[in-house]
Structure formats: C-alpha cells, structure tokens
Design a protein around this ligand. Structure first.
Ligand code: GDP
Ligand code: MN
Length: 306
C-alpha cells in the first residue's frame, strides 16, 4: 500500500492583498456565540464575497443558552448548506463547544458590563477566541474576520471594504440603534468602546497598577481620556466611510485581521498583558510584533439592542 500523501503548503503563495476576490483569497469568519440572532445569519448570507472562499467558525458555551443557540445555528446551517441555493453555500463550517470549567454564567447587557464582572468575563472570552482561532486557522487562510454574533446590521461588502485598506488589523465602528425618548424617534449611539487611541492618563494609571490589574474602557470610575473611535464619527460629519485612524486598542465586534498577524503568534491574552486583556491585549501584542491596528470611524455596523 502507498504511504499517505504529504500535504505541502507554500505560505508564500497564500496572498493577502487589498483585492482579495481577484486573488481568490480564503477568509475565515470567526464568531464566539452565546445567542443566535437571525439578523447576524441573514447578513452572513448576504455577504457578496464569494461564499466558496469563506469558512465559518463558531464557539458556543456549554450552558442552556449555548445549547439553544447551537440548535438554532445548526438548523440554519442545514438550510443553507443542504437545501439552499448553491451560491449561498460556504466552503466549510466548524462548530466548537466550549469546554471550560466553570462556564461563564449567561448575563444580560447590564450585568455583563458591570466593572467587577469584566476581568473574569473578558478573560473567559479571550480563551474562547483563542480556542476558536487555534483550531480553525489553516494553511490557506489569508484573512480572519472576527464578527460578533450580535452584530445584526453589517454591509454585504464588509470583507472587501475592510480588506481594501490593506491593514494588518482594521476595525469597523460598532453602534447600537435605540429609541430616543427625548427626540421621540429611533436614534443610534456608540456601542464598542474597545477601539481607542492611548492617552498619557491611561499610561499613568497603568504605571501605578499592580501586575494583575487591568485598565477598562467606558467606566466613569476609571477615566482614561483615551480617544475612543466610538466618538470620532461626528468629527467630519461622518461622510467618508474610508477615513482611517490608527488604534492602540481594538474590539472584536467587526475586526478584519491578516492571517499572518495571528500566524506570528498574536492572540487574545486571557491574563493582563500591559494591563490589557482580550481584544485590547491582542492589539498590543500585534503591535509588539510590528503590526499596527487601524479603524474606520465612519464605517458602521450595528449591535443588537437587548
Ligand atoms: P459585549 O457586547 O461586549 O457585552 O459582549 P458579548 O457578551 O456580546 O460577547 C461578545 C461575543 O461573544 C458575542 O458574539 C457573544 O455572543 C459571545 N459570547 C458571550 N459570552 C460567551 C461565552 O461565554 N462563550 C462564548 N463562546 N461566546 C460568548
Ligand atoms: Mn455584544
């Protein structure tokens, strides 16, 4: 009998360019998912990037909520991959179940965002993202799109629009729609405060912290005076969707990363790394490896409103 074939991959042939469709570049879309939202799935289906170049990877917690989300996700996958139109079908789909002990309790928005819950929560999220990344990144992956499961509005051209900038890491600006009771109409507000430019105040705070302490963004008790991308859109009227800004911290709501950044070893620290964890720590680690993060303040995606 013949010996098993050896698969050779020349990473130099895996291009990562600003025109990924023309070069047939493979995209890995990674989503940690605690709850299933139809809007998220519908937008995946509407992505105009060729679906035969897209692999989807999910990690879901092993709790009641995670079980329900897995059931719903599998139902949608079966519909798309088996009975749906051929052009909608993705190259492959991987679902992981989190096996950490103990699992994070499921939390509503208010509970999740309490400062005292942040360190444990974000540390668990970091591990979930790393598990997902390290089990799915393949030799032919050019780009990794981190897309949260509660992003329910995003443009069909999301991948092409972000890749066009040819940046190692590039974040869209995550907003949330809500009913403005004063204006008595629908309005929008910034949601993701993890996309920021560093400040001397934050540096000063960090320098006085213990080795296990972390800086958090978006809390009055910890005024960092960082420049938040969430508050940048109004500066120029928000018209130029391709306006770029450099970032020192990023969120994971809608973040496109060149696969080489992850291949170099940049991941999501579950421990304080320069007093930063998870996605913000990832931006810092990427920077230490020579990769600068960027953001598009006027390029918006929308988070579900609980
Ligand atoms: P927030 O929007 O910053 O409050 O963070 P989320 O709670 O929305 O979490 C970010 C992403 O991770 C979302 O896509 C969630 O569905 C998902 N998520 C939240 N908690 C867990 C968890 O315990 N395990 C996994 N695998 N995913 C989770
Ligand atoms: Mn969220």
């Amino acid at each position: 009998s013949k010996p098993p074939p050896v698969a050779h991959y020349n990473l130099n042939n895996v291009t990562i360019t600003s025109n990924p469709i023309e070069h047939g570049e493979n995209i890995l879309i990674l989503t940690p998912m605690a709850r299933f939202y139809q809007g998220y799935w519908d937008n995946l289906l509407k992505l105009s990037y060729p679906h035969e170049l897209i692999t989807l990877g999910f990690i879901l917690p092993k709790n009641k909520e995670g079980n329900a989300a897995t059931t719903e996700l599998q139902k949608q996958i079966a519909r798309t991959q088996k009975s749906g139109p051929e052009k909608d079908r993705f190259k492959s789909i991987i679902i992981l179940r989190q096996d950490f002990d103990p699992p994070l309790p499921s939390q509503d928005e208010g509970e999740r965002h309490k400062m005292q819950n942040q360190k444990a929560r974000r540390s668990a999220m970091a591990k979930a993202r790393n598990s997902l990344l390290f089990t799915t990144l393949g030799p032919s992956t050019s780009w990794v799109l981190w897309l949260d499961a509660d992003i329910i509005e995003s443009p069909p051209t999301l991948i092409q629009d972000l890749a066009l900038h040819d940046k190692p890491l590039i974040a869209a600006n995550c907003f949330q729609r809500y009913f403005n009771t004063e204006k008595k109409k629908m309005d929008e507000r910034p949601y993701d405060f993890n996309n920021w430019q560093d400040s001397p105040t934050a540096q000063e705070l960090a320098s006085k912290m213990g080795p296990d302490d972390i800086l958090l963004e978006g809390y009055a008790d910890m005024a960092t005076y960082r420049a938040l991308m969430a508050y940048m859109p109004t500066i120029d009227g928000g018209t130029d969707i391709h306006q770029e800004v450099p970032l020192d911290g990023v969120g994971g709501t809608a973040l496109l990363v060149k696969a080489d950044v992850h291949r170099d070893g940049a991941m999501f620290p579950a421990f304080p790394f320069y007093h930063l964890i998870e996605t913000e720590g990832f931006a810092k680690m990427a920077k230490r490896l020579g990769w600068q993060a960027s953001g598009l303040p006027n390029y918006k995606v929308y988070h579900y409103n609980e």
